[in-house]
Write a new protein. Sequence first.
Length: 274
Amino acid sequence: MDLVEKYIGEGGGTFGYSSNMDSDNHRTLENLIKSNNGIWKSTKQRWFLTKSWGYDRRIGEGKDPIFSSGSHVKQMRGISGVKKGEYLVEINAYMVFGKRGAGQGTRRLEWGYVIDDVGVREKYKYGFTYSDGGHASQIDLSKTKKEWTRQENDEVEAFREIVAQEDMNQKKKIQADIAQLNKSGYIGVIGERVKDLEVEVVRQHFFETRFGQSSITVMKDEEGNILQHFGRNNLKKGDKKKIDFTVKGHEQAEINKWNKVAYKFTAISRVKGK
């Protein structure tokens, strides 16, 4: 029985999710609980979902005070034992009772799923107190109830080992990338025209603008220096050729949110591949 069936059966009202993301997350997490003891179906699923949630829902790194620490989760949601690095994924839904107009009432339905490296660890249902004739509500910590806990077994430990190995491999890859990026320095003088530089196009991302299709093209030369061009050009990923360009700027960027390591790159314009 899913949430829609359960709550229509109890109250006869109309059930709805606050957003499509709430609907998608709920169905995915409930499926893991019902069919797989909360364990991710694969490491790819783990990577995809945690990336889509980003750091906003990760304990110790989210900007919202609720996600800043496990103690804040306890104070604001009534959930104990949430650790740094775990995720708290909250599902927001509602029930509407009665007909449109003065007789209609709405009740909040919300759940919190504690997610670790293996998958769903615990599931909680929040309770609420209402005021102003039911128009205002807030979470009542005394009504937060644990609805489910993952059973620890050999499958959980086996998946935890797989995750640990993949994380170690990813860390080694990132360290290798950092070592490569540290080789990058600046090319030329800002404003000057550089000709016949041998480069390899290592990345190219296309997107639409109001002026048509454009791209971000990333290249590196034989010494490992990184160049980046924003706009149209006659290059494609995998090309190894000489280019002419104008040095637009000497800049720095971070690898990603997870590894705040800055590397140097040369921004270029008026690119012509030969």
